[in-house]
Design a protein around this ligand. Structure first.
Ligand SMILES: Cc1ncc(C[n+]2csc(CCOP(=O)(O)OP(=O)(O)O)c2C)c(N)n1
Ligand SMILES: [Mg+2]
Length: 340
């Protein structure tokens, strides 16, 4: 179980008021898009949606630490807020959910499996930890090319750290002192497997010692602490100090996806027990207490975010599915017709 934490002390780490309000907005945008996915699924309009409620603090904090135009993000399927935070247009989220032809994968990928070369975001793999060797490859290329002002941010869940590819990736990155930060979003569950059935240690960061790299735990409900921790780790990577494993503790408040009924393996009481870890009301309270935002200001953010999400929902829904003749595009070399 994640430990209860004190309300966060206010250390802004050089971030100005506008940036802090931007972080709060990103957290609301993430939550509203998540809810939209679940709504559209229940309306029968999309087959599948993934939620990230509980991860918003990690995403907002890590997004600010990411250096746009330089760093490369290798996300996983729960990272919608991080993808938005580094510059993904919310319309992309809806195009992915609706599997429309204008989606960057041509409507072929799982929902929430985003990609964008323009903003430095690799495509997402559904295969747990399969993206870690790719991330390490990108970091190796950066080192090989002597690009000393760049680093890779590679994200994954607690369950991913049981996979062989994860261990091989961390080991290789450590041996070669690659410019990479491994960010574990430990939400206590891997679908229906609780953390204590996943590993015999209390914290994922203990695994860092086995590879000779630093491991740092951060409270994921505190976006400012996440910002500081991930930024320090990225700075270290950029300056030749090698990889860091950051473990951001959080809690998964929703079911794994819309295909999963979490009532079959965890109680409602357990979820309520973790409510204090909900990053959105916590960050709102902090910004109100510090006079950075008012109740009215928050209501305004929510209204504006909802209007934006409604607008992109309607826009994406009205767009066409991929054309049937696109079926083999990017599948076969040369002609897209397999039988010719
Ligand atoms: C290699 C592999 N094994 C199993 C699965 C099925 N699967 C999809 S998501 C998931 C849970 C992963 O949990 P975690 O890494 O903690 O991430 P979270 O979903 O909790 O954010 C599993 C087992 C898969 N996609 N790939
Ligand atoms: Mg997990």
């Amino acid at each position: 179980m994640a430990k209860a934490i004190e309300s966060p002390s206010f250390e802004r780490y050089g971030l100005d008021d506008d940036r802090l309000r931007w972080m709060l907005r990103n957290m609301h945008l993430q939550r509203t898009l998540d809810n939209r996915g679940f709504q559209l699924n229940r309306q029968g309009k999309i087959p599948f949606a993934t939620g990230s409620e509980g991860h918003e603090g990690i995403h907002a904090g890590a997004a600010v630490a990411f250096s746009r135009g330089k760093d490369v993000l290798v996300p996983y399927y729960r990272d919608i807020g991080l993808c938005l935070g580094i510059g993904m247009d919310p319309l992309e989220a809806l195009l992915s959910m609706f599997a429309r032809g204008a989606d960057r994968s041509g409507g072929r990928q799982f929902p929430n499996h985003f990609t964008s070369k323009a903003i430095g975001m690799l495509s997402i793999s559904s295969i747990i930890a399969a993206h870690c060797p790719h991330a390490v490859g990108v970091a190796y290329a950066m080192k090989y090319r002597k690009e000393t002002d760049r680093a890779v941010l590679c994200c994954f869940g607690d369950g991913a750290t049981s996979e062989g590819e994860w261990h091989e990736s961390v080991n290789f990155a450590a041996v070669h002192r690659l410019p990479i930060v491994f960010l574990c979003e430990n939400n206590e569950w891997a679908i229906s497997t609780p953390r204590e059935r996943q590993m015999a240690i209390a914290d994922v960061v203990q695994k860092a010692a086995g590879y000779g790299i630093p491991g740092v735990i951060v409270e994921g409900a505190d976006p400012l602490a996440v910002y500081k921790t991930v930024k320090d780790a990225l700075d270290r990577a950029r300056s030749g100090g090698g990889p860091t494993l950051v473990e951001a503790k959080c809690y998964r408040f929703l079911s794994h996806t819309t295909d999963d009924d979490d009532r079959t393996y965890r109680s409602r009481e357990e979820i309520e027990k973790h409510r204090h870890l909900d990053p959105v009301p916590r960050f709102e309270r902090l910004l109100i207490e510090c006079g950075i935002v008012t109740d009215e200001g928050i209501a305004e953010i929510k209204k504006e975010v909802l209007a934006q999400v409604n607008e992109v929902t309607d826009r994406a829904e009205a767009m066409p599915f991929p054309a049937p003749q696109e079926l083999y595009t990017n599948v076969y070399e040369g002609t897209h017709e397999p039988w010719l």
